[in-house]
Design a protein around this ligand. Structure first.
Ligand SMILES: Nc1ncnc2c1ncn2[C@@H]1O[C@H](COP(=O)(O)OP(=O)(O)O)[C@@H](O)[C@H]1O
Ligand SMILES: [Mg+2]
Length: 234
């Protein structure tokens, strides 16, 4: 459903992404792993239209995204969860979720979507009247991900959902992502936590210094000597 072909992205004179090609199929969970500064966030921001590639093409369900404004990309069904979630701390859990259904297409269905989300994730129902900033770090990340579902997306972009969380909490957040995956959503996640991220992915890419240096199914990644040595620490 998403095809990225030889995309290069610059910040001024500085090239952050070099000829990156990547695809995500319907219902697939794809992870892009790589160290800090490799270009993971840049890649997601380019897909969601916050940055424009200097060359290459991005196609989503037959539509060219690479010259499209960000709000039109959301309307096509791509939701991005930025690193750290960017919640409104002084709004309740319920209000944060409602903010996610701003699109005309999603607004009419907001009550039904909300009910679905509460059904799937009862913790958010229990906490719906609490301010977002009273939630734990893990719960905040879950709320940010749940909020992205309110726009009724087809593809969800997740920027480092494990960022800043304790290992035990990361496991819970990834279980949450797994539940969303089970609902049939396509997910493209970028992560530094290679071991845990690979566990819930179908396919993976490794990005280093703005270049894709490896790609393959999860199993190949988990068994790869270089990945193990450099990123899993076995
Ligand atoms: N707004 C920006 N202006 C200039 N350089 C940037 C900007 N954002 C990121 N970079 C640079 O682009 C590279 C990739 O950054 P980023 O995509 O944030 O990496 P990652 O998400 O993998 O940690 C890094 O060298 C970073 O310093
Ligand atoms: Mg990043």
């Amino acid at each position: 459903m998403l095809e990225i072909e030889k995309v290069s992205v610059f910040y001024g004179e500085f090239q952050a992404i070099f000829d990156v090609s990547l695809r995500v199929s319907e219902g697939e969970t794809v992870i892009t792993v790589g160290p800090n500064g490799a270009g993971k966030s840049t890649l997601l921001k380019t897909i969601s239209g916050l940055l424009q590639p200097r060359s290459g093409s991005i196609t989503f369900l037959g539509n060219r995204l690479d010259r499209m404004p960000a709000h039109e990309i959301v309307e096509l069904g791509i939701a991005q969860v930025p690193e750290g979630g960017r919640l409104f701390p002084q709004l309740s859990v319920y209000e944060n979720l409602r903010v996610g259904s701003f699109l005309p297409r999603a607004r009419g269905e907001a009550t039904a979507t909300l009910k679905e989300i509460y059904g799937l994730f009862p913790i958010l129902d229990e906490r719906k009247r609490q301010y977002a900033d009273t939630l734990s770090g893990g719960e905040r990340q879950m709320l940010a991900i749940a909020r992205s579902l309110m726009s009724r997306p087809k593809l969800i972009l997740l920027d480092e959902p494990s960022s800043g969380l304790a290992p035990r909490v990361v496991t819970r957040v990834f279980e949450f992502v797994h539940q969303i995956k089970s609902q049939g959503y396509a997910i493209l996640m970028v992560e530094q936590n290679v071991r845990k991220g690979l566990q819930l992915s179908d396919r993976a890419y490794l990005i280093e210094s703005g270049r894709i240096v490896k790609e393959g199914p999860r199993k190949t990644f988990l068994e790869d000597d270089y990945i193990k040595k450099a990123y899993i620490g076995l």
